[in-house]
Design a protein around this ligand. Structure first.
Ligand SMILES: *Cc1c(COP(=O)(O)O)cnc(C)c1O
Length: 416
């Protein structure tokens, strides 16, 4: 599918007069539409709720927009819990899907009334001793092995640190019931960034069958099933995006076939999407500041891997649009680089693009999730600003860029 920026060149030039590059730009309209379509796709399920994975885009303005569309938060650390609380998103609008959890984080989650999703059976006693067992509790499942769709291996749960084994699940629900828990959920995250309408329906079927077995084995009737994240987006233009309506319908079919006949038709479906909600609704905007002609052709930009780490650590493809040259022939082969003293700091390698001139604005697509949030300060590089493009076309800075003083703030030892 052709990837088009959600801003025009003229719009972006005007934005850049207000805010210097590089910055992350988010599209409020796109975010709201994505959330509304998700809710429509699952409207057949009473109680459906999306808990947005805060780690994907931890910005209060984004969380509040999503909250207005009915979404809660999926947190997994103390600061994510605190951010959610400060946004006024508390109680059962928080899913606490953590792992290797410090005691103080269970205490905070319990205090906020968050739904705690236990990653391990040993965490039952840990939680009992630190915060106490809440009325509502969720368990994370890991079936092991590989997760396949047809003949494609999608991911490798057997190698993943998360979740409990199938026998542990049964034991966990029994024990939690003994300890006074009243409402129960089941969660699993078995494959990441799936570009397939089959992932959620297949995962749902697995979890629905487990729910039926759990009822038979323990008498526990689950209240909700959390399909977690993993619905992905096509980073490359050759792939078709997921169709959330087909996905919702696929889950509904499994629900009707497995849960309804077992008398479990009241189970609520929850999701914890991050990438699907935000990735396409964010651009990293950067400017070409150097060209270099050596053994290869390089374009140096003013953003670097500290602003978007995925290409450097996963070799991930992010589509690039050279603004104003959308229709020019892609007849130049470039490496598009940042300034880190690391050769992996390249937004594109051997990418065919239109001829780039110094000063050109580049939009790096699909940076709205796991983009800014994975940023870091290597080489003393500073995190960029985050800008919201509002529905009326105006812009608002929703996080300022870091300054050198921010970077020096935690240093101690002499008067710096
Ligand atoms: C990262 C994560 C998510 C979100 O994953 P996406 O791939 O962004 O949808 C959801 N739940 C948990 C527990 C996660 O760790």
């Amino acid at each position: 599918m052709l990837k088009k920026p959600f801003v025009t060149k003229a719009q972006l030039e005007a934005i850049c007069e207000k805010y210097p590059t590089p910055f992350h730009l988010y599209d409020e309209k796109g975010i709201r539409e994505t959330a509304r379509n998700l809710y429509k796709a699952f409207s057949w399920n009473k109680g459906f709720k999306e808990y947005f994975a805060v780690k994907a885009t931890p910005n209060p303005t984004i969380l509040k927009i999503l909250h207005e569309e009915g979404c809660g938060t999926d947190c997994s650390s103390l600061t994510e819990l605190m951010m959610s609380e400060r946004c006024g998103i508390v109680g059962d609008e928080i899913m606490f899907s953590s792992n290797d959890t410090p005691a103080e984080e269970f205490v905070k989650a319990k205090e906020l009334g968050a739904i705690i999703n236990l990653d391990d059976i040993t965490h039952i006693d840990f939680l009992k001793e630190t915060a106490g067992i809440p009325e509502t509790i969720c368990c994370r499942f890991n079936p092991g092995g590989v997760f396949e769709l047809g003949t494609d291996i999608m991911d490798n749960p057997g190698d993943a640190k998360y979740g409990m084994t199938r026998p542990q699940l049964t034991e966990a629900y029994k024990r939690l019931k003994e300890l006074g828990a009243k409402k129960f959920g089941l969660h699993a995250f078995l494959a990441s960034n799936t570009v397939s309408n089959e992932y959620y329906p297949e995962l749902a079927r697995i979890l629905f069958n487990v729910a039926v077995e759990i009822k038979e084995e323990t008498g526990v009737e689950l209240s909700f099933i959390n399909l977690s994240g993993g619905v992905g987006i096509p980073y490359t233009p050759d792939k078709e995006p997921n169709d959330i309506f087909v996905i919702g319908e696929g889950v509904r079919k499994a629900f009707e076939e497995v849960l309804v006949p077992a008398g479990l038709g009241d189970i609520k479906i929850f999701t914890e999407l991050g990438r699907y909600m935000l990735a396409p609704n964010g651009h990293l905007v950067t400017r070409a500041i150097h060209e270099k002609h050596t053994h290869k052709e390089y374009i140096g930009v003013d953003a670097c891997a500290a602003n978007l780490m995925r290409p450097a650590i996963y070799g991930a493809y992010h589509h690039i649009t050279v603004m104003g040259k959308e229709d020019a022939p892609c007849d130049h082969k470039y490496d598009v680089t940042g300034s880190l003293c690391e050769n992996c700091d390249k937004f594109a390698v051997d990418r065919m693009l239109p001829k780039i001139d110094i000063g050109d604005l580049l939009v790096i697509h699909d940076a709205g999730a796991h983009g800014f949030s994975m940023g870091y300060n290597y080489n003393g590089r500073l995190r960029s600003a985050e800008i919201l493009l509002k529905e009326d076309g105006s812009t608002e800075m929703i996080r300022r860029a870091e300054t050198p003083e921010d970077y020096f703030r935690t240093l101690e030892g002499f008067n710096f």
